[in-house]
Design a protein around this ligand. Structure first.
Ligand SMILES: Nc1nc2c(ncn2[C@@H]2O[C@H](COP(=O)(O)OP(=O)(O)O)[C@@H](O)[C@H]2O)c(=O)[nH]1
Ligand SMILES: [Mg+2]
Length: 201
């Protein structure tokens, strides 16, 4: 359940970008940050370590205006994808309202995607949340690599591997070029806000 401040009539919505390390979660947030700079009045917080890997999380607050008289503040987070950082991933998932699962469409990352989705399911279960109930959007990222002749998983394969049971909205995307980054974000925001409205009733 989202954090609702009845006194200032404000709802804080937490959306987490989840997925395997190097899949493009940080790149998604960086694109959003650049694109909507005017609506974002705080700096993007990002904690990086060797290479450009997220150590703790990236955080981007995002104001989407008023819904039902409530000021809605969207908070976008990413998690570190590497297997060894599970404690941090779990922490970032605390209080999550919506998930974007960023899968890496590179053929060599097939197994990593599947393991990461399973890990998400386990970590949500830890908070008594079900991946089948929480608002969730799938993003198949790095579409642009096709032009360079890099072997990619087809959308059909990705759907079969990751979305055959969940049946969530999915987007083929390029976080690097910005293709479908905003579409993904809009979809998860609308699904999450709708779910919070149902809860508030
Ligand atoms: N070609 C291509 N590279 C991408 C794309 N998205 C991310 N990358 C690259 O993949 C690497 C890992 O991206 P990053 O956003 O740090 O992944 P994260 O670990 O999921 O946060 C970086 O070198 C990015 O530039 C994309 O859509 N296309
Ligand atoms: Mg990252």
């Amino acid at each position: 359940m989202a954090f609702v401040n009845l006194k200032n009539k404000e709802i804080q919505v937490k959306i987490v970008y989840y997925g395997p390390g190097r899949g493009g979660k940080t790149t998604n947030l960086e694109y959003v940050y650049k694109k909507f700079r005017k609506r974002i009045n705080t700096e993007m917080v990002t904690v990086k370590t060797h290479g450009d890997r997220t150590l703790f999380f990236d955080f981007l607050p995002f104001d989407i205006g008023v819904i039902n008289g409530y000021d809605v503040k969207i908070q976008l987070y990413t998690v570190p994808g590497q297997v060894k950082y599970n404690a941090t991933r779990r922490l970032v998932l605390r209080g999550v309202d919506g998930i974007v699962f960023v899968a890496d469409a590179m053929a060599v990352r097939r197994e990593k995607n599947i393991l990461s989705l399973r890990n998400l399911q386990e970590n949500l279960a830890n908070y008594k949340k079900s991946i089948f109930k929480i608002p969730c959007v799938m993003q198949y990222n790095k579409l642009d690599l096709l032009e360079q002749g890099i072997p990619l998983l087809t959308t059909d394969m990705l759907e079969k591997d990751l979305n055959s049971q969940l049946k969530r909205p999915s987007f083929s995307a390029s976080a690097l070029k910005g293709t479908n980054v905003v579409a993904t974000l809009k979809k998860i925001i609308s699904m999450t806000v709708a779910s919070i409205k149902r809860d508030l009733k």
